[in-house]
Design a binder for this molecule. Structure first.
Ligand code: ZN
Ligand code: ZN
Length: 177
């Protein structure tokens, strides 16, 4: 369960992303103090989320994002059959034939196993969280906090949104901005 400071969908995405930052900085995604301080920096904007979203423009295309293999690569979607114009850059990755066919249309966390989520490669988890952010933005649910009606406000709640298409009206409005 995330701490009390994590109240909205946006917070939860930042909280999970802060774990990745901790992993890169300290080699430990569960250093609570470091995760909390990175989370606060994301929340206050001291660490710019818009800049983090742009990192995906320069991803390594020469390796399988899941296992690092360099042969039999093709374009794959982290979330299968997901069509969202805004999230596409975060969803499309290079993966090898083996990972591709093992994963199939399964949800990332289902495929990898929720209990092993701390071993999901940083790039994969990072892209997944960014996609979630963009699609919650599409749907106007970033500020929601009542998706935890089962008292389990966790990554699986975040991913529930991926089972529904983005609202075409909202997407249109956003494109028109
Ligand atoms: Zn692979
Ligand atoms: Zn979307």
């Amino acid at each position: 369960m995330p701490p009390k400071a994590v109240k909205t969908i946006r917070d939860l995405i930042f909280w999970e992303y802060a774990k990745l930052i901790s992993g890169s900085a300290l080699g430990d995604r569960k250093n609570y103090g470091f995760v909390m301080s990175s989370f606060k920096k994301l929340q206050t904007g001291e660490m710019k989320w818009s800049q983090i979203l742009r990192e995906d423009l320069h991803m390594d295309q020469t390796k399988c994002i899941y296992c690092g293999a360099t042969v039999d690569l093709s374009n794959d979607h982290i979330v299968a059959k997901r069509e969202c114009h805004f999230a596409e850059i975060h969803n499309i990755v290079k993966s090898c034939k083996k990972c591709n066919s093992s994963k199939g249309d399964k949800d990332l966390l289902e495929w990898w196993g929720l209990e092993n989520r701390y071993e999901i490669p940083r790039n994969v988890m990072g892209k997944y969280l960014k996609m979630l952010y963009v699609c919650h933005e599409c749907r106007g649910t970033l500020e929601r906090s009542d998706l935890n009606m089962d008292d389990e406000f966790n990554l699986l709640d975040l991913g529930a949104i991926l089972r529904q298409p983005c609202d075409p009206e909202k997407v249109k409005q956003k494109a028109g901005r």
